[in-house]
Design a protein around this ligand. Sequence first.
Ligand SMILES: Nc1nc2c(c(=O)[nH]1)N[C@H]1C(S)=C(S)[C@@H](COP(=O)(O)O)O[C@H]1N2
Ligand SMILES: [Mo]
Length: 258
Amino acid sequence: MKLHAKSSRRRFLARGVGAAGALALSGCDALSRTEWFPRVLGAGEKLSQAAHHLLLPRKAMAQEFSDADRSPEFRSNGTAMPNSRQYQALAAAGFVDYRLQVGGLVERPASLSLAELHALPSRTQVTRHDCVEGWSAIGKWKGARLSALLDAAGPKPEARYVAFYCADPMEANGTALYYESIDMDDARHEQTLLAYELNDAPLPIKNGAPIRLRVERQLGYKHAKYVMRIELVQTFAKIAGGMGGYWEDQGYEWYAGI
Ligand SMILES: Nc1nc2c(c(=O)[nH]1)N[C@H]1C(S)=C(S)[C@@H](COP(=O)(O)O)O[C@H]1N2
Ligand SMILES: [Mo]
């Protein structure tokens, strides 16, 4: 596993696409603005994840479909337009000034433009999205493989989770932002993408433009839209409400295996 990660990183660097060079040092210290409320992870959460793993090996692929199976319309759920001046200014300019911040427990913090994200090894997949609210939709996603980005950023050995911080405030006072987290197994999974296209077109704003997570073996709420910052952490217990995601802080399962 370690060896594989190393050799694929070497290949990635050897390609010379400039992506590694793009991972220039950035002021990531200034990025950690999240409020910290320590809370202990419930034993029940761990149990349900362990049970899921007994049923489904971590490397198993989510089912993929053909283009013809796609839903006529991929609906939007949750935020359809972040209520944030900063986001709306980025969107109005076609996201030319967008940068994805990559920090936390990595050797090479980075600030990546959309062009740099497009230069990373990508994957295209037609998958079914299942929302806990009882609807599903099949769509075709294209995006950078999260594992490629991790290889370039160089996770430190103590990194256990990847946290995703989104642009959309979820409270009327604009403080709590949507966020999510996944473990390194899911982060490195072949179908885990930072998606920038839906159905052969740039990702629409209602579906999370310019970048949204696809983590295909989990329920819809894990698929963070409007991702602005990625942070590698040892524990998510200190982020926001401590349960690893906006909906998890309201009582949803952290591991939402399908
Ligand atoms: N930033 C952000 N990400 C989010 C949400 C949200 O409200 N904000 N909603 C989640 C839920 S519950 C679902 S089902 C999917 C919906 O994705 P879609 O709008 O592309 O259908 O996004 C998830 N990711
Ligand atoms: Mo959902």
